[in-house]
Design a protein around this ligand. Structure first.
Ligand code: PMP
Ligand code: GLN
Length: 378
């Protein structure tokens, strides 16, 4: 294996899903829903295949989907042109292509830890160096730490990766903090990769504000999102990057040699969902909010400290009152002894100590599945 990939293990999501299957456990580890997305979206994909839309899409994606993605941004008062949209193989490819297309080997990329594992791997694939800056605790949830981020900037820093709403913590960052991050990005002339795949999964009347809407950010932000989480279609691997043309050209340059294009028949289906199924996504977030509350209450009763999760379909529970082992060991015991899979947060950190007793539960599951997990945990 090449040296730059040596530090990476099998992703924790694959490891825990395999373990869950082996132990016949309720899988609240890897974040994927167990119900389908909107019926009309599924029907269109089937129809597209039946009607012969089965060859390569155009490099930047099918116009119908690029147009739908551009129109979708109008909900944030953004005027995006089709030429500023690139369809990718999930948000994952958008992330990798952004870093490979815009960061030189030897440059530094600031990641906020705990960070989604694909960021670290993309930085390594680009021959760049990651610099991890921790979230700071704020009440029962977390916030970005602008002072620590600014302190981590060096002449080699090229980019900051922000994920908001944040996986794995479920945090949503305040506009005050985001203004501060924007100021820092402008002063130091940095690019920002803004991963917004959970933009529609918000609770308690929390609202999403895209990073590119903050002062000075439109020209330096690459916005990434995906149909995976909004429309329960993680297996479709249909995502996108939105950026001003000079940035998007660089991303497309990398993307065309990673996969060239993504699967064609899903593109009109996702376009339809973006154009017509927003109320389905709103219902999804309302139902997730109830699941979050139910699982949180049960975990508290079982002795965990439960952190507040205003977004995503994850919540973080702290087991310090129950055990002093590591997160990885705790999750391994939990899946074997209790038959419930969760994800340790320490694996997403370069400085794991403060996160050692925190684990993530995914609550994007049918009620009877969550009930069974609760029964096993209590
Ligand atoms: N970013 C984050 C923060 C995620 O949680 C995920 C997983 N959905 C992705 C990116 C990857 O999304 P996709 O499945 O569309 O590649
Ligand atoms: N994004 C999902 C999660 O955080 C799954 C990602 C994956 O399996 N690579 O659980």
């Amino acid at each position: 294996m090449v040296q730059r990939l040596e530090e990476f293990q099998q992703t924790i999501f694959a490891t825990m899903s395999a373990k869950a299957a082996q132990c016949d456990a309720v899988n609240l580890g890897q974040g994927f829903p167990d119900e389908d997305g909107p019926a009309s979206m599924l029907q269109i994909a089937q129809r597209e295949i039946a009607e012969g839309n089965n060859q390569y899409a155009p490099g930047p994606g099918m116009p119908v989907l690029r147009q739908a993605i551009a129109s979708h941004q109008r909900r944030y008062d953004l005027d995006v042109a089709e030429s500023e949209v690139l369809v990718t193989v999930g948000a994952t490819e958008a992330i990798t292509a952004t870093i490979m297309g815009l960061v030189e080997p030897g440059q530094e990329v600031i990641l906020i830890e705990p960070y989604y594992d694909a960021y670290a791997a993309a930085v390594a694939l680009a021959g760049a160096t990651r610099v991890a800056v921790s979230l700071q605790a704020k009440g029962d949830t977390w916030e970005l730490d602008p002072a620590a981020i600014e302190a981590a900037i060096t002449p080699k820093t090229a980019m900051i990766v922000i994920n908001n709403p944040h996986n794995p913590t479920g945090s949503v960052f305040s506009s005050e903090t985001m203004c501060e991050i924007s100021r820092i990005a402008c002063v130091h002339d940095l690019l920002v990769l803004s991963d917004e795949v959970y933009e529609h999964l918000l609770f308690d009347a929390t609202r999403h504000r895209p990073t590119c809407t903050y002062p000075g950010m439109a020209q330096r932000t690459v916005t990434v999102s995906s149909a995976a989480k909004t429309f329960n279609a993680t297996g479709w691997k249909t995502g996108w990057a939105i950026a001003p043309p000079p940035l998007l050209e660089a991303i497309a340059q990398a993307k065309q040699f990673l996969t060239f294009v993504g699967a064609t028949p899903f593109q009109p289906a996702v376009a339809h969902a973006l154009n017509h199924e927003q109320s389905w996504a709103d219902d999804l977030s309302r139902s997730l909010e109830k699941k979050r509350d139910k699982l949180s209450a049960a975990l508290r009763k079982a002795g965990f400290r439960v952190h507040y999760s205003p977004g995503t379909y994850y919540l973080v529970a702290d087991f310090a009152a129950l055990s002093n082992t590591t997160g990885m060991d705790f999750c391994m015991e939990l899946v074997k002894d209790r038959g419930v899979a969760a994800i340790p947060l320490e694996v997403f950190c370069d400085h794991p100590e403060p996160w050692r007793s925190k684990i993530r539960f995914a609550f994007c599951k049918q009620d009877h599945v969550i009930d069974e997990a609760i029964r096993r945990l209590s």
